[in-house]
Design a binder for this molecule. Structure first.
Ligand SMILES: Nc1ncnc2c1ncn2[C@@H]1O[C@H](COP(=O)(O)OP(=O)(O)OP(=O)(O)O)[C@@H](O)[C@H]1O
Ligand SMILES: [Mg+2]
Length: 220
């Protein structure tokens, strides 16, 4: 479904900082892939490239065999909205909006009419068990509830790919375990998920894990 073909990323700092060095990876539809690696190893960089938030310095990226290199920023952002749902370590919820409004937001940007937005947000909130809290503000939620809201927001557009950047990083281990179990269930329902984690215990539960070391990818 997604192919990274000899991807290199060099940041223009100092004499040039190469974070990803000739990375090749194929992710099939329905996979649940973990990315493990020390801090600063390039995990987020790789996820951002996969999620069309950033461009590689060289190499090619393809979705369903369709190369994306030649797309301009506007085309990339449309494609991102359609294909990718992001979940971040720090939740990234809008503090002034209710749980339900936060989940509706990606649909609002897609120009989906209000009634449909409501209905689809309700379905996504139901999937993550957050319906009873739909009127709450983010500040009125626990960490786990915030992350479940963020997952509902990632699901609401029905993306082909869910990318989670250390979604358990700000949670205690039990709550983090709940989030991992939720992602596991979504995977079981056929969704394709890529998750970054520092946590070896979490990684050990995943069907497939790749390590980033010195810019190179090692498959486990
Ligand atoms: N926009 C940027 N400009 C310059 N250097 C950057 C930029 N973004 C990241 N880096 C550098 O690239 C390296 C990899 O960063 P990245 O965020 O991908 O690491 P990471 O594996 O996600 O780390 P962590 O586990 O701490 O989140 C780091 O050394 C970082 O300082
Ligand atoms: Mg990171």
């Amino acid at each position: 479904m997604i192919t990274l073909d000899h991807i290199t990323k060099t940041y223009p700092v100092g004499g040039g900082l190469t974070v990803l060095d000739d990375v090749c990876l194929d992710i099939a539809q329905g996979e649940y892939l973990g990315i493990l690696g020390p801090s600063g190893s390039g995990k987020s960089t790789m996820l951002h490239i996969m999620g069309l938030l950033d461009r590689p310095t060289s190499g090619h990226l393809a979705f369903d065999g369709r190369p994306v290199n030649a797309l301009d920023d506007k085309e990339l952002s449309t494609m991102r909205g359609r294909l990718v749902g992001f979940v971040f370590q720090s939740f990234h919820l809008v503090p002034q909006l209710s749980v339900s409004e936060n989940v509706e937001l990606p649909l609002f940007y897609q120009g989906v009419p209000r009634r449909q937005r409501r209905a689809r947000a309700a379905k996504a909130l139901d999937e993550v068990g957050m319906s009873p809290r739909r009127g709450h503000l983010p500040a009125q939620l626990s960490g786990g509830e915030r992350q479940r809201t963020a997952i509902a927001r990632a699901l609401v557009t029905e993306p082909a790919l869910i990318l989670a950047d250390e979604p358990t990083g700000n949670l205690d281990s039990r709550t983090g375990g709940d989030i991992v179990a939720l992602l596991e269930r979504l995977h079981g329902e056929g969704r394709t998920i890529v998750m970054i984690t520092h946590d070896r215990d979490i990684a050990a539960q995943l069907p497939r894990v790749v390590h980033i070391r010195d810019g190179k990818l090692e498959e486990q």
